[in-house]
Design a protein around this ligand. Structure first.
Ligand code: GAR
Length: 202
């Protein structure tokens, strides 16, 4: 069977996309190929990163299109490109029930905390780390999980814990979690799920 065609969905800086493309270039995703990068934000730096790796990019301006048209165009783009796995890598939109049902077991997401802590609607990006520090947890980390209709509620694929330090700010904690956890478990989970799809286990 051919490699699973992967679409990476992004919204901002794209360091997780970068980690995925670098892992692919090192041969660490043998069962998949990143064939498309889609952003809901035409100004996302992630699109520049994708172009630097010669990846096909599509920008769908969610603000201009509105949620329904955005999702319709997103579904059409994914189908036209024969996408077998959707990887949410810093994608800051919540997908509808219809979308998650259309691609059941074919969407994964990286979340910057140990689910079920600091997750769900309203917990994204730096806010997650602000809340973790406010609460005073001594350990946080990252989770990669399947995406279903419940925000951050799908089955967990991989997790990695990271120590919280006394002097941490949301920014330093975010950076350490990215470096020690997200940039490792997202490529590893992507390969794991591609292998499962190829073996028809999911
Ligand atoms: C990452 O920390 C990612 O886990 C988080 O946003 C950041 C995006 O950074 N995602 C969420 O909070 C989704 N709920 P990146 O654009 O540099 O990959």
């Amino acid at each position: 069977m051919e490699k699973v065609k992967i679409a990476v969905l992004v919204s901002g800086g794209g360091t997780n996309l970068q980690a995925l493309m670098e892992a692919e270039a090192r041969g660490e995703i043998p069962d998949g190929e990143i064939s498309l990068v889609i952003s809901n934000n035409p100004n996302a730096f992630a699109l520049t990163r994708a172009k630097n790796f010669n990846k096909k990019t599509v920008a769908l301006n969610k603000k201009q299109l509105g949620k329904d048209l955005f999702e319709e165009q997103l579904i059409n783009t994914l189908k036209q490109n024969d996408i077998g796995l959707i990887v949410l890598a810093g994608f800051m939109c919540i997908l509808s029930f219809n979308f998650t049902k259309t691609f059941a077991n074919r969407i994964i997401n990286v979340h910057p905390a140990l689910i079920p802590s600091f997750c769900g609607e309203g917990y994204y990006g730096l806010r997650v780390h602000e809340k973790a520090l406010e609460y005073g947890v001594k350990v946080s980390g990252a989770t990669v999980h399947f995406v279903n209709e419940i925000p951050d509620g799908g089955k967990i694929i991989m997790q990695k814990a990271v120590k919280v330090l006394e002097k941490d700010t949301p920014e330093t904690l975010q950076k350490r979690i990215m470096k020690q956890a997200e940039w490792k478990i997202l490529p590893a989970s992507t390969q794991k799920v591609c292998a499962m799809i190829k073996k028809e286990l999911i």
